[in-house]
Design a protein around this ligand. Structure first.
Ligand SMILES: O=C(O)CCC(=O)C(=O)O
Ligand SMILES: [Fe+2]
Length: 356
């Protein structure tokens, strides 16, 4: 297990985005708080963590990986992981299926429009979202969003009829005449789910509740995952009116990302955007709001955005891991004390964001 760092460059500071603080609301814009430590106090590089020893029979080898993950999550909130075991062919094939899908005429894709589906699954056209309300035209990307279904789980849960119904209500919105597209995305989902459960066990270790915690508490047998394939057509100019995806944090425990081109930028606490280009053989991983809350703010859910100004089409596949819909997002007992009381309320995964 080794930890190294990549060489990246930073753009000039943009004070407008100095720091987004988490205010416990999902739909509202994150507040900007006037905090501008120097880059040295924050980060200028994205760390790399080799996670291959997570499958080692040696508890101390697994604990070493958990420790390296925790350091990266505390200091940066973003990291590259190597030794993940997902085959490059599978990633290539999934990008192939995504490109074929996006090449279809707009009317065909709009038949499965995301806002025509009860649970916001399916196709979202270019400018269909404006993640950062400060960007006039919105996000210059089109995407297809899917979520958990037991068929995409390598260890499908045995569900009570009530839970089966709860999960079943969140149906996917695949075009019925493209079975290959569904099958390929499902295969990728299954593989990423296996990896995510392994990572969640490492986070249990890192946060002091133990590797078996989330399994034993029954919090990730039918997890509320989401996965998206995204196409970013090139931006004509580096305009303030549009962006690839506006500045945001992820509404997840963590996200595992593949991309075909640079363009992802990560905000440090000094107000500088640090580049996170793709690195062969790795996943880009980032902490989301849920793991930040569970760790009582010890892990950073770092603001990021995408600008595709290289003149080429960019594709990405984020896999968003969350625990079960009915699992609590709660500050873990090991992450609180009388001196460090919980900073966040306890809510169920399925409730967070619905109450605000
Ligand atoms: O496409 C990317 O590089 C990042 C996408 C992203 O941040 C998201 O979908 O939440
Ligand atoms: Fe994101």
């Amino acid at each position: 297990m080794s930890t190294t760092t990549t060489t990246t460059s930073t753009a000039p500071a943009e004070p407008k985005y100095v720091y987004f603080s988490y205010e416990g609301t999902f739909s509202g814009r994150r507040l900007v708080s006037p905090s501008s430590p120097s880059d040295e106090q924050s980060f200028t590089q994205i760390p790399i963590v080799d996670i291959s020893s997570l499958s080692s029979p040696s508890p101390s080898a697994r604990a070493d990986v958990a420790h390296a993950l925790a350091l990266a999550c505390e200091r940066v909130g973003f990291l590259y992981i190597t030794g993940h075991g997902v085959s490059p062919e599978l990633i290539e094939e999934t990008f192939g299926a995504a490109k074929e899908y996006f090449d279809m005429p707009l009317e065909r894709k709009m038949e499965r429009w995301i806002y025509g589906s009860r649970h916001v699954r399916g196709y979202e056209p270019v400018y269909g979202a404006r993640v950062d309300p400060g960007v006039k035209l919105g996000d210059r990307n089109e995407g297809f969003l899917l979520g958990y279904e037991p068929a995409f789980d390598p260890s499908p849960p045995s569900l009570t009829p009530e839970r089966a119904e709860m999960i079943g209500q969140w149906g996917n919105n695949f075009p019925p005449d493209l079975p290959e597209f569904r099958a390929k995305l499902g295969t990728y989902h299954a593989e990423l789910l296996k990896l995510s459960r392994r990572l969640m066990r490492a986070f249990g270790l890192a946060l002091g509740v133990g590797e078996g915690y989330f399994d034993e508490m029954g919090q990730m047998d039918a997890p509320n995952t989401a996965m998206k394939v995204i196409h970013y057509p090139p931006q004509e100019v580096d305009s303030a009116d549009e962006t690839g995806i506006g500045a945001h944090t992820d509404f997840t425990c963590f996200t595992l990302l593949q991309t075909t081109l640079p363009g992802l930028e990560v905000l440090n606490a000094g107000g500088h955007w640090v580049q996170a280009p793709p690195m062969p053989g790795t996943f880009i991983m980032n902490v989301g709001d849920f793991l930040m809350r569970m760790s009582n703010g010890r892990f950073l859910s770092t603001v990021h955005r995408v600008k595709n100004v290289l003149g080429e089409d960019r594709y990405s596949i984020p896999f968003f891991f969350n625990t079960n819909l009915d699992a609590p997002v709660e500050v873990l007992k090991t992450c609180q004390s009388p001196e460090n009381p919980p900073k966040y309320p306890t809510e169920l995964v399925g409730e967070v964001g619905n109450s605000s």
